[in-house]
Design a protein around this ligand. Sequence first.
Ligand code: UDP
Length: 241
Amino acid sequence: MSQPRKLYEGKAKILYSTDDPEILLSEFKDDATAFNAAKRGQIARKGEINCTISTRLFQQLETLGVPTHWIETPQPTQMRVKRVQIIPLEVVVRNLAAGSLCRQTGLSLGTPITPPLVEFFYKNDELGDPLLTDDRLRLLNLATPEEIEQLREMALTINAHLQTVLTRCQITLVDFKLEFGKLADGTLVLADEISPDTCRLWDCLEDDPQRRVLDKDRFRQDLGHVEDAYEQVLTRILEQV
Ligand code: UDP
C-alpha cells in the first residue's frame, strides 16, 4: 500500500490519493470560512457531522437514481469518492429568498419561491464566484448546453428529495449549493457535500429569525451556538433518514 498523498487542500476538505487512481479520499475538516475566506474559524465536530450527513444523503440519492461520487465512508470524517473532473460551477437551488438573492434583488428574507430557482455561479474565488447569466454560461463553455440542462434537472430532483427528508426532520430547506463532476465516460455525478455548510436550514419549530437558523449562517453572522445547530441537524437526520 502506498502512502496517501495530499492532492489538494480546500477550505473545508482535504483530498488524498489512494492506491486506486480512480478513487480519492476526502477528509472533512472542522475549519470554517465565510465571505470568500475573509472570516475563518473552527466548528467543533463539523468534519464528522458534515461527512455523516453527506454520506446519508448521497446514499439515498443513489437509490433514487441520482449518481454521486460517494463510494464508502471508512472513517467518520473520511469519504472514499470517485475521481471526477469538477465542473467549476456552483449550482444553487432556492425555495425561499435569502442571502445573495435578497441582497441583489431586494426580495424580503423568506419570500417563497415557486417554482424553485436554479442559479449557476462561476466557482472562481479570485472573481468572487459571480452569478452567471445563460449567455455568460454559453460564453464560458464550462459545460455544454445539454449538460447545463442535465445539471438543472438533477438539482431539482435533489431539491425535491431533500425537501421530503428535511420536512420529516421539521427543518425548512431555504436554499443550498451543489457541485458536480464528470466521470471519465462523461457521466455527470453529484460531488462535494450536502451539509449545514452548504445549505440554509431553518428550524420549523422556531419563529425567531435568529434562533431558527441551523446552518453556517450562525457562523457567518456570529449568532452563537454554531456547534449546537450542526449537532441538531445531525440528530434529526439520523432519527428520520
Ligand atoms: N453557498 C455555499 N458556498 C458558497 C456560496 C454559497 O455553500 O461558496 C450556499 C449557501 O450556504 C447557501 C446557498 O449556497 O445555502 C446560497 O448562497 P447565496 O448565493 O445566498 O450566498 P451567500 O448569502 O452565502 O453569500
